[in-house]
Design a protein around this ligand. Sequence first.
Ligand code: SF4
Ligand code: MG
Length: 333
Amino acid sequence: TGAFLEVRNLSVKFPTDDGVVAAVNGMDFTLERGQTLGIVGESGSGKSVTSQALMGLLKGTSAQVTGEAIFQGRDLVTLPESGMRRLRGRNIGMIFQDPLSALHPFYTVGHQIAEAYLVHNKATKKQARAAAVDMLGRVGIPSPDMRFDEYPHHFSGGMRQRAMIAMALICEPELLIADEPTTALDVTVQAQILDLMSELQQETNSALILITHDLGVVAEVCDNVLVMYGGQCVESGPVDEIFYDTRHPYTLGLLKSMPTLTTKSGRLNPIPGQPPSLLALPQGCIFSARCEHAALAGDGVCASQRPQFTSEDGHGTRCHLGLPQILSIRNSR
Ligand code: SF4
Ligand code: MG
């Protein structure tokens, strides 16, 4: 028997007038029940497109999705939309960046959450209302019993975000994919929502994919981390190893750009340069144009050869440098 979710060589290409955009290029990962996987990277690195492919949201578009995503024996890549529709909600839930796309403007917020509950539970209307009110309270909506009967446009952006999270969580999906779920919320509410997601995840032994550019959030809740760059996984492993035994120059750059006590003025140290064009990925390492350490690998190998992803004890990296070289880079910081 395989993993709960096993993704193999997942790629997504978008044909455009300017050529083919290679948004996701050969992603491999597995996820077990009860685990949280953080997918991190800058915007445009392919994080959201990966989640859209897993949710089947690219079906019926011009996107070309290849590879496999085996979820409990079913391949989400080839599953028709009708099958996907049956999985969405109870089996696979998603929290989007944009709450308006998830909430219907013509129904009250409470009604929509109660309906989501009723789809998956044998319950009376009264019980569904009680469950929805309870969940609205748990995501931090004040006076949930009164807010239940309000429409989405009565809610502020932050409140809508919480309502959408409540709607996803009340279905108790076995796999929850959350794409920047708390980005729009203030830090206190963000922490509260992340705690709630972890709590419900433990209660239901579900799996969580958390997509974020915020390494602080990753450190807080994730078991494993996958770092994306240019549509590829450049490093993946247990969260502690990614932070304390970092093996890829891009991850090192990301960690350096995190706000710390010394840069709490808000000044970050972003990695200089731009991500590669997904219309024409470089022949060599996709990070080579921005990597400070390419010379260390010697012979211009970084510019001419794409490094393979190599993994040891569950910690993998895609770089021509050997471990001793990476260690010397880390020690020189
Ligand atoms: Fe840098 Fe070369 Fe490693 Fe790419 S392969 S991350 S360019 S050292
Ligand atoms: Mg995104």
